[in-house]
Design a protein. Structure first.
Ligand code: IPM
Ligand code: MG
Length: 352
């Protein structure tokens, strides 16, 4: 079971180290870990945010554990050399079109949410975000208009095959969990969204038992914080999913708690190949200080055990240990607590 560990920038190395320690303490036979450079760290060492060797290592592995990328010292580089291109390139090259971002308020931890307790308790949703299309991967550029003004542009598009395959992922998730599905778009303004909606309706014919509704993204943002209990599975495109998943995680209490998995079609000997990462970024302001909360990355490792290695029991054990640590008041600075990265990691391992 080969895992490529790509710590990346900022707090990435600190939080992935704790997730690796959790994996190691499970003493799973046959587990082999490799690590590679990615993001700004890779740019500084190899001149590219996603070096060939790193991509090759990821392809060779059965799963990738990813930290974070983003480095302010790279902000003025040409776009193709910026750290963010590493994660976008991995998603694209590895065909990881399905991004699963579960967001839920842990029972008993409603007080960590900025939402009122009566509202927060209802937050338990799975965001299924399309990850390799949309305005993220369309043509883009800057140009000078006829009137001599600078103009930036990014093309948004979705092919029906792209919508169909992510819709199937969301419908299957809704079906197996017995949850309703909400497809989020902006069909009142965007043609891309109109096609998205039409294709989702077509796919829904194959899942008659899943209750489907459609919501405009602005309304969805409002509902996530006012009536989160109305969501089960949320299906959306790349850009809207990026925004809604940060919103949902902040509503849980902290972006430091939420894991994600990015899956494609490739099957390995153990399960589905995937990339697992916290949904938070590199947080350069607290990097290297031992303050970052590693729970999102530890929970991402749990998702890896479940989806890429078929180890449901071990995944549940890790998740339970995190929940117990939270319930015992092991809180990082992101949650108003004083526990540092290493202390949180140790507390989770003690509770495994
Ligand atoms: C995320 C991040 C990335 C994205 C960035 C780092 C390119 O915000 O995974 O949500 O926008 O997808
Ligand atoms: Mg994001």
């Amino acid at each position: 079971m080969k895992i490529a560990v790509l710590p990346g920038d900022g707090i990435g190395p600190e939080v992935t180290a704790e997730a690796v320690a959790v994996l190691e303490s499970l003493a799973l036979p046959g587990l082999v870990l490799f690590s590679g450079d990615v993001g700004g760290a890779a740019y500084h060492r190899h001149g590219h945010p996603l070096p060939e060797e790193t991509l090759a290592m990821a392809r060779e592995a059965d799963a990738v554990l990813f930290g974070a990328v983003g480095d302010p010292s790279c902000d003025t580089l040409e776009r193709h050399l910026r750290p963010e291109q590493a994660i976008l390139g991995l998603r694209k090259h590895l065909g990881l079109f399905a991004n699963l971002r579960p967001a839920r308020v842990f029972a008993g931890l409603e007080h960590l949410s900025p939402l009122r307790a009566g509202i927060a308790g209802g937050l338990d949703m799975l965001i299924v975000r399309e990850l390799t299309g949309d305005v993220y991967f369309g043509a883009k550029g800057q140009r000078t208009t006829d009137s001599g003004e600078r103009e930036g542009w990014d093309a948004m598009s979705y092919a029906e095959s792209e919508v169909r395959r992510i819709a199937h992922v969301a419908f299957r998730a809704a079906q197996s969990a017995g949850l309703p599905l909400t497809s989020v778009d902006k069909a009142n303004v965007l043609e891309t969204s109109q096609l998205w909606r039409d294709v989702v309706v077509e796919v829904s014919a194959e899942y008659p038992e899943v209750a489907l509704d459609h919501m405009y993204v602005d309304n969805a943002a409002m509902q996530v914080v006012s009536h989160p209990d109305r969501f089960g599975v949320v299906l959306t495109g790349n850009l809207f999913g990026d925004i809604l998943s940060d919103l949902a995680s902040a509503a849980v209490g902290s972006i430091g708690l939420l894991p994600s998995s990015s899956l494609g079609e490739r099957q390995t000997a153990y399960g589905t190949f995937g990339l697992y990462e916290p949904i938070h970024g590199s947080a350069p302001d607290i990097a290297g200080q031992g303050k970052a909360n590693p729970m999102a990355t530890i929970l991402s490792a749990a998702m890896m055990l479940r989806h890429s290695f078929g180890m449901e029991a071990e995944a549940a054990r890790v998740e339970a240990a995190v929940a117990r640590a939270l319930a015992d008041g092991i809180l990082g600075g992101d949650l108003g607590g004083a526990h540092g990265t290493a202390a949180i990691g140790a507390a989770v391992r003690e509770r495994l």
